[in-house]
Design a protein around this ligand. Structure first.
Ligand code: SF4
Length: 124
């Protein structure tokens, strides 16, 4: 069995989790999570072993008279395997105002169901 120590980032409590799993043929049913104070810790621990995900924040170039870069983020955590390519694609954007908070900048990135959205309004 492999043991991994993690800190749950699902809420500010930050429980210290111990996750045990069998490396050969990782099976969701055989992943044991302890140290969690609520069920979300189990979900987080299992997902960290099977498919770790993160929310991505970045800035994209925008032709605005107010500022040169627009802050953006993913609408949900995205699998770590996409992050490098996603950041590259965000840095290659050249947006035009107006943009509102929550506007979709990239839709359904790589068929993951995750969008990239604006976190700022820029009218001009
Ligand atoms: S296990 Fe529950 S209480 Fe602990 S950090 Fe995760 S979400 Fe918060």
């Amino acid at each position: 069995m492999i043991k991994k120590n993690l800190i749950c980032i699902s809420c500010p409590v930050g429980c210290r989790l111990e996750v045990e799993y069998d490396k050969d043929g990782i099976d969701r049913e055989k992943i044991a999570v302890s140290g969690n104070k609520c069920p979300k810790g189990i979900v987080y621990g299992v997902e960290e072993v099977l498919s770790p995900r993160r929310t991505v924040t970045a800035t994209a170039a925008i032709g605005s008279v107010i500022r040169k870069r627009l802050p953006v983020k993913t609408s949900a955590p995205i699998s770590k395997e996409y992050i490098f390519r996603l950041l590259n694609d965000i840095y290659n954007l050249n947006l035009k105002p107006p943009v509102g908070i929550g506007d979709t900048i990239i839709s359904n990135y790589g068929n993951t169901g995750v969008d990239v959205v604006s976190t700022m309004e820029l009218k001009k």
